[in-house]
Design a protein around this ligand. Structure first.
Ligand code: FES
Length: 373
């Protein structure tokens, strides 16, 4: 089957845009089987309305992009315990990012669709697609086709829409880069010792005692722990509880769900030889030891308890922590001890925390040594 004659380079350069478009159709085996203008000739009001809608969508996209960037960089993201000022704002962070990012991308996409529907002729084209790389002639014809489309839709003339559209595209591109570098802009050490990476829900607020409550999953089931609740060799998971939150199921629930709050309370059999490391000599209460449940490798719950060997095992990558040696990692990829919660018993015989964990909970991070106290 013989195709159209291959034009030479100089011939291509001499051809008019319209001739190049026709040649492109012919070379691409494209047939335009129907074509209609987007609206009646002279429908100025319709065109103005369409222009206004596209402009509004583009402005909305830019506003959302700016809001995303602002929220990503400046919204307070530090952990705020339930009930403390700023807790709700903290909860809103992720939804805010989702809404603004969706708004930026969604409005830009809607503007592009509306623009094409409003200004580009309705046409039905049938094409027989060929396989293989593009030839030089295809580049010329494709360029001419795009330029022709731009002229038909008036994209070149409509300065505001063109500029807003290109700026919107650029803004969405920048958002992707912002996500990559944003984490380097924030300073986790800004709040010093109160920074969220160094504090948990066990941190005392005023003089109110923080009790060890059994984690039951039911915010109405409040069982504070006494030493006699645990048999020798026993282990339970506990979470912080304050009497001021007793009638607030949401706060009780939040204290149980906060990822860095769960603690494993262990009662060693009497007479068990223990080698507490320096700095941890007085964090326990008799035979009772309380360790963070969050693995210092990648943050899984390290809550498999082997009472025979007195170790905690993390099921994710098999790190093992020797309880009688201050939860020292003795196997697996974890490189830090599990943080230990200082505990004692109050005048009514309930176990209470004597303060927050002295060490940061969970996986290590770049600035971890700055916060050790
Ligand atoms: S998260 Fe615990 S060993 Fe990896």
């Amino acid at each position: 089957m013989s195709g159209p004659r291959e034009p030479t380079g100089p011939e291509l350069e001499r051809m008019s845009r319209g001739a190049l478009v026709d040649l492109g159709h012919e070379l691409d085996s494209v047939r335009i089987v129907a074509q209609e203008p987007p609206r009646r000739p002279g429908d100025v009001r319709g065109e103005r309305r369409a222009r206004r809608r596209v402009t509004l969508l583009l402005v909305l996209s830019l506003l959302c992009a700016a809001a995303f960037a602002w929220a990503y960089l400046f919204w307070p993201t530090g952990y705020v315990p339930p009930g403390a000022p700023g807790h709700t704002a903290n909860l809103l962070y992720t939804p805010l990012l989702g809404v603004t990012f969706f708004g930026a991308v969604g409005a830009l996409g809607a503007a592009m669709i509306l623009y094409v529907r409003s200004f580009y002729p309705d046409e039905v084209a049938v094409q027989h697609l060929e396989k293989g790389p593009s030839a030089e002639r295809d580049r010329f014809t494709a360029g001419a086709t795009l330029a022709e489309a731009g002229e038909h839709t008036g994209f070149g003339r409509r300065t505001m829409i063109r500029r807003l559209g290109l700026t919107g595209l650029g803004a969405v591109g920048i958002l992707g880069g912002l996500v990559a570098i944003g984490g380097l802009v924030r300073n986790p050490w800004r709040q010093r010792g109160d920074a969220p990476l160094w504090t948990t829900g066990w941190k005392p607020v005023g003089d109110e005692p923080v009790f060890l409550r059994i984690a039951t999953g039911d915010p109405k089931d409040i069982t504070k722990v006494r030493p006699e609740d645990l048999e020798p060799d026993g282990m339970i998971t506990v979470v912080p509880f304050r009497e001021s939150e007793r009638d607030d199921p949401e706060k009780v629930h939040d204290a149980e769900m906060a990822p860095d709050n769960p603690v494993m309370l262990v009662r060693l059999p009497p007479g068990t030889p223990v080698a507490n490391p320096p700095g941890r000599e007085d964090l326990h209460h008799g035979d009772y030891y309380a360790f963070s449940k969050i693995c210092t490798h990648l943050g899984c719950p390290a809550s498999l308890y082997d009472s025979q060997q007195q170790i905690f095992l993390c099921p994710c990558h098999q790190s093992e922590f020797k309880i009688t040696e201050g939860a020292r990692p003795i196997f697996g990829p974890a490189a830090r001890r599990l943080p230990q919660l200082p505990i004692t018993v109050d005048a009514d015989g309930f176990l209470v925390a004597r303060g927050d964990f002295p060490d940061p909970v969970g996986p290590s991070f770049w600035e971890i040594r700055r916060g050790q106290h």
